[in-house]
Every structure is written in structure tokens, then in C-alpha cells.
Design a protein around this ligand. Structure first.
Ligand code: ARG
Length: 264
């Protein structure tokens, strides 16, 4: 399973939970449960990069929703604070810049845990298994990753899909800032195929596209906090463990992905 969490983090969270409303309240609202300090007191601020359905996308009410948001909402609830989402470029999410500048407390954006990123900010336990995929217009001759070598391929800037395509030696790479622009370019024929995480490509099949192939990269998503923010990281891992144990994670996964998590 994607989520294998240390039992100690839950204990830690339980032990500290009584801290809310305690002596730390000299700065009103600055600290939540577990001695967590937040960039905007009383609110857990999350940076995310939609459109990335079903992980983060604009819902009918104009609010950002999705699997990532459902999970950080659980974290906010455990901390006893509000949740606020901020839309930022994936580039500054994955570089740790949004965390460094205090733009948000946590980054939740389908972020694959990589060594390079883990050197810049701290990752939670993994919460989702991911692979890459290739989306093409229905009826395209592109059927495998090998067929991309001579094609014009759209990738999302600063993602693992871009890295994969670069390592593959694909000459005709075109970078896009987000998934929406990637799909638009495929629609208008500016590119022949796009590469991104397989789970976000599925929703486009009904719009006249098809998934040509899955690229099994074995990635895992993690939530990110500023380097050294141990209190918030412990709270996040505690919440991840709780939601796995009490069935909330399965509920969120099934509602957003449409199937039960593998290994269940
Ligand atoms: N999992 C990939 C990565 O970490 C892509 C994530 C893009 N996420 C987004 N919300 N646009 O590089």
C-alpha cells in the first residue's frame, strides 16, 4: 500500500493535542494542536496547482477541491484550524520556493517524492502510488512510448513527466505551465501527445482523447512542508495514519479515483 506509517506519529499527535488553547496562546491563534506554527494563524494554507483532476481542480462552486484537498482538510481538522488553498505554479511548489517564502504551510499537488526535492523540503509519508501515461487524440498512430521519439510531445514544466521525456531523448518536447494548457495544445494539434501522471489523463477520454500507454515509473506522492518544520510534518503523518486506520482514506480514494485503493 502507498501508506505505511510509523505508529509513533499518531501517539505523538495524541500526546500533543491537548496543547491547543493552552499556554501557547500568548500569540493568539499562532499555534495549533501539537505546537504547529502557521503562516496565517488559525489557518492551514496549502499551495496547489490545478487543473489536476481528481487531485486538485475547480469545483462547481469555484472552490478548489480534489483528493489532495480532502487529505489536507483532514490535517486542518485534526489541528483545529481552517483550510485555505492558494493556486501557485507547480514549478515553485516542487522547488520548495512556496514553502521557503512562507506562501503556504504545506504543498499538496500530486507531488512525486524525489531525492532532489527531498533535499529542498520535507516530505510526509507517501499517500498515493502513481505512474506516467501518454494521452493522444483518439485514433492516433502513437501506441507506445517508443512512438514518441519523433513526435511533438507536450510536458508539464518541472514535473517528473518532463524528466522522463528528457531522459527518453524525445527531441520534440514542448513545455507547458499546467495540465490545462497541455491538453489545449493537444486539442489544437500543436503537439501529437502529452505525458503526465496516468491518474489525471483518464478524465479526458470522454473528450475525444485516449490513453495510448502507461509508463510504469513507480512514483509515490507526498505532502511537503518547509525543511525542518517537524511539528507540522508529525501532525500530517499522524493524520495520514489516522485516516488510513479509520477508513477515511479509503473513502476519499474511492470517491475521487472511482475504485478502491490497490491492495485493499
Ligand atoms: N507527479 C508529478 C510530479 O511530481 C506531476 C505533478 C503535477 N501536479 C500538479 N498539480 N500539476 O512531478
Amino acid at each position: 500500500p502507498a501508506v505505511a506509517l510509523a505508529a509513533t506519529t499518531a501517539l505523538l499527535l495524541t500526546a500533543c493535542a491537548g496543547g491547543a488553547g493552552g499556554t501557547d496562546d500568548a500569540t493568539p491563534g499562532a499555534t495549533a494542536a501539537g505546537g504547529v506554527t502557521l503562516v496565517s494563524p488559525g489557518t492551514l494554507t496549502v499551495c496547489t496547482n490545478p487543473p489536476y483532476e481528481p487531485f486538485e481542480f475547480e469545483g462547481e462552486d469555484g472552490q478548489i477541491e480534489g483528493l489532495d484537498i480532502d487529505i489536507v482538510r483532514e490535517v486542518a481538522e485534526d489541528l483545529g484550524v481552517e483550510l485555505a488553498t492558494k493556486v501557485t505554479p507547480f514549478e515553485t511548489i516542487q522547488s520548495g520556493t512556496d514553502l521557503e517564502t512562507g506562501t503556504c504551510d504545506v504543498v499538496a499537488s500530486g507531488i512525486t517524492i524525489t531525492e532532489e526535492r527531498a533535499a529542498k523540503f520535507d516530505f510526509s509519508q507517501p499517500y498515493f502510488d502513481a505512474d506516467q501515461g501518454i494521452l493522444v487524440p483518439a485514433g492516433s498512430a502513437i501506441a507506445t512510448a517508443d512512438d514518441l521519439t519523433d513526435a511533438r510531445v507536450g510536458v508539464q514544466q518541472a514535473t517528473t513527466g518532463e524528466t522522463w521525456a528528457q531522459e527518453e531523448g524525445i527531441a520534440g518536447l514542448v513545455q507547458f505551465e499546467d495540465l490545462g494548457l497541455q491538453v489545449q495544445a493537444l486539442e489544437t494539434g500543436q503537439v501529437d501527445a502529452i505525458v503526465n501522471d496516468i491518474a489525471v489523463l483518464g478524465p479526458f477520454v470522454e473528450d475525444g482523447f485516449e490513453v495510448a500507454a502507461t509508463i510504469p515509473t513507480g512514483e509515490q506522492y507526498g505532502l511537503g512542508v518547509k525543511k525542518g518544520n517537524a511539528a507540522l510534518l508529525a501532525a500530517i503523518d499522524g493524520t495520514l495514519e489516522r485516516i488510513v486506520e479509520d477508513g477515511t482514506y479509503d473513502e476519499i480514494y474511492t470517491a475521487r479515483i472511482g475504485t478502491a485503493p490497490a491492495g485493499d
